[in-house]
Every structure is written in structure tokens, then in C-alpha cells.
Design a protein around this ligand. Structure first.
Ligand SMILES: Nc1ncnc2c1ncn2[C@@H]1O[C@H](COP(=O)(O)OP(=O)(O)OP(=O)(O)O)[C@@H](O)[C@H]1O
Ligand SMILES: [Mg+2]
Length: 258
């Protein structure tokens, strides 16, 4: 029986489509390879993509769980969790987006309580809004992975979020610059970005992280880091693995590669 509480990592951004869901599932793959047991919670409550990316049953969901909590019908967390494989489990968002706003933030702590002793790592995928559930998860996470892109609007908005984190004295966040989605748009240097967002970049995914046939993995429900890590490239995969270790406080003394 495990005794230590899981490390909670919240994956977020202030812009949609920056790669949060892809990075979340691929982090899960790396943690599995590192011998960790992982739960992915899909807190993108309206249009969560974890169940669809992994081809797991979206009929069991966080909506059913919170409904049963509120009606005193809850028996065991396993009734709501989908098994991807032995070491990667999923608490999915509701398949019907109309139920997204029925998930109240007060249930988040209850859910975390039920699962934190069962897993080594809990990855929470989010949407780019700042709703109550997400604010609570940001507060409860051991680490937030904040994904940005090389896009001026995104960078300007990131500056506002960074000042919120600083005001809240929240130091438990890391910034990941995802250059794999807009490889043609590398307009700003690291120096420019630091100047715009008033914060350093902790990790960068380069254009080598771009997966040409990504739909092939998604249609089969496969995680690239598990199914075909060569599609990422050795160097990029090693950087990604170092980042995964660093996020749970198991990085090398030198920290993760940039
Ligand atoms: N490394 C990659 N290589 C190629 N395509 C990618 C990569 N990462 C993500 N994509 C594609 O880019 C799109 C956005 O990715 P993803 O859904 O992970 O972003 P997101 O931030 O979770 O979006 P949302 O804010 O809508 O939840 C998807 O179509 C996905 O398949
Ligand atoms: Mg997503």
C-alpha cells in the first residue's frame, strides 16, 4: 500500500490549442516509463479531450462522480475511473458539454482526497479559462506547468498571469515554451520573451517535437512517448523526460535541459 501523497501537476495556459492535452498524455507516458502510477484528471470541463485522445470510455466521468457525491450514492472512486493501462488511469470530463458548469469547485478537494494515496502523480489537464475549479486546482497543485507559445498576444496575456502568480506568492510554477506547434513563427528570442512576460522560460519544446502523423496516434488512442518515442527524436525525448522528472522534484541537480 502506498503511503506518500501523489504529486499534483496542473497543466495550463491562457490560450487554447497550445498543446496542453498532448503534453499531459505524453507526460503520463513518460511517468509510466519512470515506474510511476498516474491519474489524469480532465478538468477541461466543457470540451475535455483526454478520453477522446486515449480512446477510453467517456461515460464514466467527473460529472457522474460529483453527482453521486451530492446524492450520497458514492461508493468507490474506481467506479468513475477509466483504465488506459495498468499504470495510467483517467478521470474524464463529461462527454456532454452542457454538464460542464455543474461541476462545483467544492468537490475538487473531495476528489483529490480520494485519489491522492492511490497514485504517484496526478496530472490535471485544464482549459485556458480561469474558472473556480481551475483556480482551486492551481492552489492545490504541487506544480503548475504553464504552457506558452511564441505568439505576441499570448505572451502579453502571460505577463498578466505571471503578475497574478507573483502577487499570490505562488512560486510553484514552471513555464514551458511550446515551439513545436508554430515552428514557422519563431519571431521572439528567449531574451525578448523574458522581457515581455517578465519571467524566465524553464523549458522549451523545439520544432523536433512536432509529430507529423499525430492523428494516427490519436485515432488509435496511443501515447507517442509509449507507442513510438522515436517519432519525437532522442534529444527532444530526453529533454521532455528531464522536464517530467523536474516537475515532480526528481530532477538532476542541474535541473531540466532548456
Ligand atoms: N507536438 C505536436 N505535434 C503536432 N501536432 C500537435 C502537437 N501537439 C499538439 N498538436 C495538435 O495541436 C492541436 C492542439 O493540441 P492540444 O489539443 O493538445 O492543445 P490544448 O492546449 O489542449 O487545446 P485546448 O485549449 O483546446 O484544450 C491538436 O490538434 C493536436 O493534435
Ligand atoms: Mg486540451
Amino acid at each position: 500500500m502506498k503511503k506518500e501523497k501523489a504529486k499534483i501537476i496542473c497543466v495550463t495556459s491562457n490560450k487554447g490549442g497550445v498543446g496542453k492535452t498532448f503534453i499531459t498524455t505524453n507526460l503520463a507516458g513518460v511517468y509510466e516509463k519512470l515506474g510511476k502510477k498516474v491519474l489524469i484528471i480532465d478538468l477541461d470541463l466543457f470540451f475535455g479531450g483526454i478520453a477522446a485522445s486515449l480512446n477510453v470510455d467517456g461515460n464514466k466521468s467527473i460529472y457522474h462522480l460529483t453527482e453521486d457525491f451530492s446524492n450520497n450514492r458514492y461508493k468507490h472512486i474506481n467506479d468513475y475511473i477509466c483504465v488506459y493501462d495498468e499504470n495510467i488511469h483517467v478521470l474524464s470530463a463529461c462527454r456532454d458539454p452542457r454538464y460542464g458548469n455543474k461541476i462545483e469547485a467544492r468537490y475538487i478537494d473531495l476528489i483529490l482526497q480520494q485519489v491522492s494515496l492511490l497514485y504517484d502523480v496526478i496530472l490535471v489537464d485544464t482549459s485556458h479559462d480561469l474558472g473556480e475549479c481551475k483556480l482551486l486546482v492551481l492552489d492545490r497543485s504541487d506544480m503548475t506547468l504553464f504552457i506558452i507559445t511564441n505568439d505576441l498576444l499570448d505572451l502579453k496575456n502571460t505577463k498578466s498571469v505571471m503578475s497574478i502568480f507573483k502577487d499570490a506568492e505562488n512560486k510553484d510554477y514552471k513555464i514551458l515554451l511550446n515551439n513545436s506547434l508554430l515552428p514557422y513563427k519563431n519571431y521572439y528570442t528567449d531574451y525578448d520573451i523574458k522581457f515581455i512576460i517578465k519571467s524566465g522560460v524553464d523549458y522549451t519544446l523545439s520544432s523536433s517535437f512536432y509529430i507529423k502523423n499525430i492523428d494516427n496516434f490519436i485515432s488509435r488512442g496511443k501515447i507517442v512517448t509509449l507507442d513510438n518515442p522515436r517519432a519525437i527524436g532522442k534529444k527532444e525525448l530526453s529533454k521532455f523526460t528531464n522536464m517530467a522528472r523536474d516537475l515532480i522534484g526528481e530532477g538532476s541537480k542541474k535541473g531540466a535541459d532548456k
